[in-house]
Write a protein that binds this ligand. Structure first.
Ligand code: GDP
Length: 216
C-alpha cells in the first residue's frame, strides 16, 4: 500500500493556528478554486470521497488535514482566486497561505494544481515564488489534461516549463487527469517526499533534470 492510499481525514482547521503540532512532515496541496484539487487528492489517494469536490467553489475556507501515519500528513489548503469571493476575504486567505508557507517548519513540499487551460495565474506564480524562497520543493499538476488532445497538452506543459524558467522559478510540472486517471509516476513525487527525508531531497533536483516530460 502506498502512503497516499493510507490517507485518513484528521481535522479541519479554520486557520493555520489550529493545524496541530508543527512536527513531522507535511506536503500541502494548493490551487485556484475549481482547479481540480479535491479530485486530484481523491485520485492520488485512491479514495472516492476523501476530499470533497466543490459544488460551491470558494466556499470552503477550511484547511483539511489528512494523516498518512503519525508523522506524515497531506494538507488540503483552501482554494484561492474564486471570482465571487469578496476582495477582503481573498486578501485574508492569501495572507494566511503566505504565512503558512513561510512559517510552517514541518512543511516539506508543495503540490500546486492548475487547470491546464489556465495555468500560472498571478497567485499561482506567487505561491511558487514563496515556496522557492523557503526552499520548498514544488510540483505542478496540470489538471484536466483530458480536455486537450495529447499534442496540445504537451505544448501546454512545455509552455509552463518555459514560463517558469523565464520567471526564474523552480518547480517541476506534469500533465494530470483525474477523469482518465492518467498520470506518470512523478505524481507520487511528493508522496515520496513524505516517505523519506534529506537524502531523497538531495536527489530531487537531479531527478527533475532527468525528468522525461513525454507522458504516454
Ligand atoms: P477544486 O475546487 O480545486 O477542489 O476542484 P474539484 O476537484 O472540485 O473539480 C472542479 C471541477 O472540475 C469539477 O466539476 C470536476 O468534476 C472537474 N474536474 C476535476 N478533475 C477533472 C479532470 O481530470 N478532468 C475533467 N474533465 N474534469 C475534472
Amino acid at each position: 500500500m502506498t502512503y497516499y492510499s493510507q490517507a485518513k481525514f484528521s481535522l479541519s482547521a479554520p486557520d493555520i493556528k489550529h493545524l496541530g503540532a508543527d512536527e513531522g512532515i507535511e506536503v500541502a496541496f494548493a490551487g485556484r478554486s475549481n482547479a481540480g484539487k479535491s479530485s486530484a487528492l481523491n485520485t492520488l489517494t485512491k479514495q472516492k470521497a476523501l476530499a470533497r469536490t466543490s459544488k460551491t467553489p470558494g466556499r470552503t475556507q477550511l484547511i483539511n488535514v489528512f494523516e498518512l501515519d503519525e508523522q506524515r500528513r497531506l494538507i488540503d489548503l483552501p482554494g484561492y482566486g474564486y471570482a465571487k469571493v469578496p476582495e477582503q476575504m481573498k486578501i485574508r486567505w492569501q495572507q494566511n497561505l503566505g504565512k503558512y508557507l513561510d512559517t510552517r517548519q514541518s512543511l516539506k513540499g508543495l503540490m500546486i494544481m492548475m487547470d491546464i487551460r489556465h495555468p500560472l495565474k498571478q497567485f499561482d506564480i506567487q505561491m511558487v515564488r514563496w515556496a522557492n524562497q523557503k526552499n520548498l520543493d514544488v510540483h505542478i499538476l496540470l489538471t484536466k489534461s483530458d480536455k486537450f488532445k495529447h499534442g496540445a497538452a504537451m505544448a501546454s506543459l512545455h509552455g509552463v516549463v518555459a514560463e517558469l524558467k523565464k520567471l526564474e522559478l523552480r518547480a517541476s510540472a506534469q500533465l494530470f487527469s483525474s477523469l482518465k486517471k492518467t498520470f506518470p509516476d512523478q505524481a507520487k513525487f511528493l508522496g515520496k517526499l513524505a516517505e523519506e527525508n534529506a537524502k531523497w531531497r538531495y536527489n530531487y533536483y537531479k531527478r527533475l533534470e532527468a525528468m522525461d516530460y513525454s507522458e504516454k
